[in-house]
Write a protein that binds this ligand. Structure first.
Ligand SMILES: Nc1ncnc2c1ncn2[C@@H]1O[C@H](COP(=O)(O)OP(=O)(O)OP(=O)(O)O)[C@@H](O)[C@H]1O
Length: 254
């Protein structure tokens, strides 16, 4: 965990990051770090800036101020994108893309391959990632034939296929059924056990609660509070447990 690596730079660091979308100032000075091997959950009400924060962290939204570093390198100079796996917020738009599940997941290897064709190792990584999300049997199907939750699992497999050191996931469990949530939680647990660091946007900690080291709560484009989660680790929501049990709430939506 982070203690062993106190001299290593954080895998992700945002300092005073500001960003606007259109005329709206969405991020008003975000400070956030993810240490090596750490799992950080970004929480907050709708519109508080969670997606914009992760999109800024991976360079999809241009910051208007502040500093973002990935693996100790300023974002503007960072080129080692194979070290980062990004799962965007669920979108069904990509379901119209005429590609098979295998092709979409193979795209997760591209940053590693540059312009070389995929080799045997790449194909094995793609297959492994599909198995991790429970979709190996759908590899040859068109993504347009998948349900929303299955599509989300394909996007997660695409990120896992690149064997990233940092996973940035925007509501990875949104629209995913309870059984698949627990499959994905297991997949993520295996990644974390390998030392992968994770930043993820969540509304409910749910089955991921035991994995999370820290929660960062946003409010109106700023960090409202940061909390350790040791107290949550006994409260995981088990899909096969008491069906009447309430999932762990962030306290922001209820
Ligand atoms: N393209 C855009 N143009 C202008 N404002 C935008 C745009 N996209 C998002 N916003 C605004 O930015 C703010 C933050 O949006 P963001 O998607 O980061 O919030 P969020 O915390 O991820 O919300 P949710 O929980 O609903 O996903 C919201 O007020 C939203 O209306």
């Amino acid at each position: 965990m982070a203690d062993e690596h106190t001299t290593a730079p954080p895998v992700l660091s945002l300092r005073g990051v500001t960003a606007s979308l259109g005329a709206r100032r969405v991020l008003r000075g975000i400070d956030l770090t993810v240490g090596r091997g750490e799992v950080v959950a970004l929480l907050g009400a709708n519109g508080s800036g969670k997606s914009t924060t992760v999109r800024t962290a991976v360079g999809q939204v241009a910051a208007s101020g502040g500093e973002t570093e990935l693996f100790g390198t300023p974002l503007r100079r960072f080129r080692q994108w194979w070290r980062v796996g990004y799962v965007p917020q669920r979108s069904t738009a990509a379901a119209g893309v005429p590609a098979t599940v295998r092709e979409v997941v193979s795209a997760g290897r591209l940053a590693r391959r540059r312009l070389r064709p995929l080799g045997r190792g790449d194909r094995a990584a793609v297959h492994r990632a599909l198995e991790l999300v429970g979709l190996a049997d759908r590899a040859g199907d068109s993504v347009s034939a998948l349900s929303g939750g299955q599509h989300q699992r394909v996007l997660i497999a695409r990120a896992l296929a690149g064997d990233p050191e940092l996973l940035v996931m925007d509501e990875p469990l949104a629209g995913v059924d309870l059984l698949s949530q627990s499959v994905l939680a297991d997949a993520l647990r295996a990644q974390v056990a390998r030392g992968v660091s994770v930043l993820l946007v969540l509304h409910e900690l749910g089955p991921l609660a035991p994995l999370i080291d820290r929660t960062v709560v946003l409010h109106d484009g700023r960090v409202e509070r940061v909390e350790g989660t040791a107290h949550l680790h006994d409260q995981a929501c088990h899909p096969h447990g008491d069906p009447a049990a309430e999932p762990t709430r962030t306290g922001l939506l209820t």
